[in-house]
Design a protein around this ligand. Structure first.
Ligand SMILES: [Zn+2]
Length: 365
């Protein structure tokens, strides 16, 4: 669907604050306290730990991996940014509280005036979405980046669902395709327990994007139409355990990257595969999740392909600790370091970016 002002004139992307330059002293880890959803205890009505993102950051600070000074502060995605992917019609629908109540599965939102829904629920989700877009550029510059939130893989251009109101993965990829020279192929490795039907619907006809998706075949969303967009589909049964799971992660992430070499990997690292998750229905241990993330980062690093990780689903009380442990493990294993990628790809990108940034006084790239 076309909509005026969605992407500006051809070859001339709109001015966005999300591609502002970031000091080299920062680690490419993106976060903002606004990620967390807190509102008069309303968040407790949801089976989610709606403060998990802040807890991840606190654990990483306790371990002295992060400080307030070396983290990248996410910015809220503006309407113009969202229009790169979303239809105006869809964004207008979010101005109805009952629509947001349905998408986020928080029924009491139905009774709140929309300005409160915007401020308390949609703004956190828009800030996480901005974080994913920012992390896309950082991943290309540094070889890796992690958005501590994001991963709203059930949302597509004109449809939300399953707590996902904005299509951050699609947005991050489209921003890169439009704004960063040398990025024309992406691979999504989606290892959340649920099928990633949002990005699948968005990239259904787009051969530049290769999608690997591994999920519990029996749970939400069971979107048969979206499955047609999956290039490497791995359907799991109830209660799948570590050994089988990790073997499949390694086999298929290596296989996917051998099949097509992308310029960027978007890794949707949902933790709802954890044993005991009320929604995921799989039986992966905390150590299994840490190992899984390491396998995916190793596959990217071995090939020198930039990787962007988002944290997606998984909201048990113990989830934040596991995500923090996994990030610390990636650091210990030498998978995430402060230096940028070596080689021809990154140098040509830097040239492209410098050329773009000369165009305007703003921070747009
Ligand atoms: Zn999920």
């Amino acid at each position: 669907m076309s909509h005026p002002g969605a992407s500006g004139a051809p070859g001339c992307p709109h001015v966005s604050e999300l591609y502002a330059s970031v000091p080299r002293t920062c680690l490419p880890i993106v976060y903002h306290p606004d990620y967390n959803i807190t509102f008069m205890g309303l968040e407790k009505l949801h089976p989610f730990d709606a403060g998990k993102w802040g807890k991840v950051i606190n654990f990483l600070k306790e371990e002295q991996f992060l400080t307030d000074d070396n983290i990248v502060e996410a910015r809220e995605a503006a309407e113009e940014d969202l229009l790169i992917v979303h239809t105006k019609r869809y964004l207008n629908r979010l101005k109805w509280s009952f629509v947001v109540a349905t998408i986020t599965e928080i029924p009491p939102l139905l009774f709140l005036p929309n300005f409160l829904v915007q401020r308390k629920v949609l703004r956190p989700l828009r800030t996480q979405t901005g974080g994913t877009i920012m992390a896309g550029k950082l991943a290309v510059e540094r070889g890796w980046a992690i958005n501590v939130g994001g991963g709203f893989h059930h949302c597509s251009s004109d449809r939300g669902g399953g707590f996902c109101a904005y299509a951050d993965i699609t947005l991050a990829i489209k921003f890169l395709f439009e704004r960063v020279e040398g990025i024309s192929r992406a691979t999504i490795i989606d290892l959340d327990a649920h099928q990633g039907n949002g990005h699948e619907r968005d990239f259904m006809e787009d051969r530049r994007v290769f999608i690997m998706d591994m999920y519990n075949r029996y749970i939400y969303p069971r979107d048969g139409y979206a499955k047609q967009a999956i290039n490497r589909k791995v359907e799991l049964d109830w209660g799948t355990e570590d050994s089988e799971y990790l073997q499949k992660v390694e086999l298929h992430s290596e296989g996917a990257l051998n099949e097509i070499r992308p310029d960027i990997i978007i890794y949707n690292a949902g933790t709802d595969i954890l044993d005991g998750d009320p929604l995921g229905g799989l039986s992966i241990s905390p150590q299994g999740i840490v190992k899984r993330d390491e396998l995916v980062f190793r596959a990217a690093k071995r090939r020198n392909i930039p990787i962007l990780m988002v944290t997606s689903g998984g909201y048990q009380k113990k989830t934040a600790r596991i995500i923090a442990d996994s990030i610390l493990n990636l650091h210990r294993q030498g998978m995430i370091e402060a230096e940028s990628l070596e080689g021809e790809v990154s140098s040509s990108l830097v040239t492209g970016m410098m050329r773009h940034s000369g165009n305007a006084a703003s921070n747009v790239v």
